[in-house]
Design a protein. Structure first.
Length: 333
């Protein structure tokens, strides 16, 4: 089968390409650049395209059976015009191009953030309220309105399925992502303290599996939450450190402390180009809703692995890829 993947150079894209090649598919990897760590396979053809350029998308999708749309701009800012365009208009452009190109099915990788975690009441399933309030950070709102744009094209006849992963972490990650970066720093003994809080985290490899299961078994127009396990961030940091023979963060600071200083810290952070202390960065952990992945399990056969396995594999990957010096590995084992 010939399959196109937008955002193929990204975190989820890298892992999805690995899975698709392993399954024997011919893959059109779509991104603006081909990364140095790109998979080496004669089954993968790299093409440059831009989600804000509909003609480039139609050209890239020509002759493909399935399209996985992964492109998104992740930001913790309250407002960002480019993120809004990429995450909303970009989705609509991809959907229209897929329909025009005769693609059999589109799988859109949205996010848990398209659901309103502030109004969730501690629980989220596929019927929960969406991120429509203007006070919600732009990434959350744009992920929901991207789904709205997609549904307009589904109404025209496009066969599409929507997946909503929770917080994505794990190997393979050459970035690394914010979560993986914290775990790497903890494994290297560079995180003396951590904030309290928890969030549903899912292994990126399970997200890749969930996306392919959605392509095979998902119902047109349906959402599927791809959750993992509720993980306490402090304990995750310590687990990563223990994998390297270190203790990890000595203590956890209460979220209430950071919540109280956000109104002051957020504008200061913006002056220095940082969004670490922001309403968006703390909101998910402050509310930490339980995510119900029953639907994905029942309809897709989705079954994610444990956080203990993910963290161990991630630290091992950091060592194998040189992101944690092998000298540190030798000393700790």
């Amino acid at each position: 089968m010939r399959i196109a993947v937008t955002g193929a150079a990204g975190f989820v894209g890298t892992n999805l390409l690995d899975r698709l090649v392993e399954q024997g598919h011919e893959v059109v990897a779509i991104d603006r650049v081909r990364p140095a760590h790109a998979i080496q396979s004669d089954r993968v053809t790299w093409k440059s395209a831009d989600v804000l350029d509909p003609e480039s998308l139609r050209t890239a999708f020509e002759g493909t059976d399935i399209v996985y749309h992964l492109v998104a701009m992740i930001t913790l800012a309250q407002n960002n015009d480019l993120a809004w365009r990429i995450n909303t208009t970009g989705v609509g452009n991809v959907a229209e191009a897929a329909l025009a190109s005769g693609v059999r099915r589109l799988v859109h990788c949205s996010s848990i953030h398209s659901f309103d975690q502030y109004a969730a009441g501690g629980f989220i399933d596929e019927t929960s309220a969406r991120s429509t309030d203007a006070k919600i950070p732009v990434y959350d709102r744009s992920k929901w309105f991207g789904e709205v744009e997609l549904r307009k094209v589904i109404d025209k006849g496009l066969d599409a399925v929507i997946c909503n992963p929770t917080g994505v972490y794990g190997p393979v990650d050459h970035g690394p992502s914010r979560i993986n970066g914290l775990l790497r720093d903890s494994a290297r003994g560079r995180v003396p303290a951590m904030i309290q809080g928890q969030f549903d985290l899912v292994d990126v490899r399970d997200v890749a599996i969930g996306l392919t299961l959605a392509a095979e078994h998902g119902r047109t127009g349906e959402n599927y939450l791809l959750g993992g396990e509720m993980v306490t961030i402090y304990h995750a940091m310590r687990a990563a450190a223990r994998r390297m023979g270190r203790r990890g963060p000595a203590f956890a600071l209460p979220l209430s402390f950071f919540g109280a200083i956000v109104p002051v810290a957020e504008p200061i952070g913006k002056m220095f180009g940082s969004d670490v202390l922001s309403r968006a960065s703390l909101g998910a952990m402050l509310h930490s809703p339980v995510v119900d992945r029953t639907k994905a399990g029942a309809e897709l056969g989705y079954a994610p692995r444990s956080s203990a396995d993910t963290i161990a594999d991630l630290v091992d990957f950091f060592c194998d890829s040189g992101q944690i010096p092998r000298a540190a590995l030798a000393t700790s084992r």
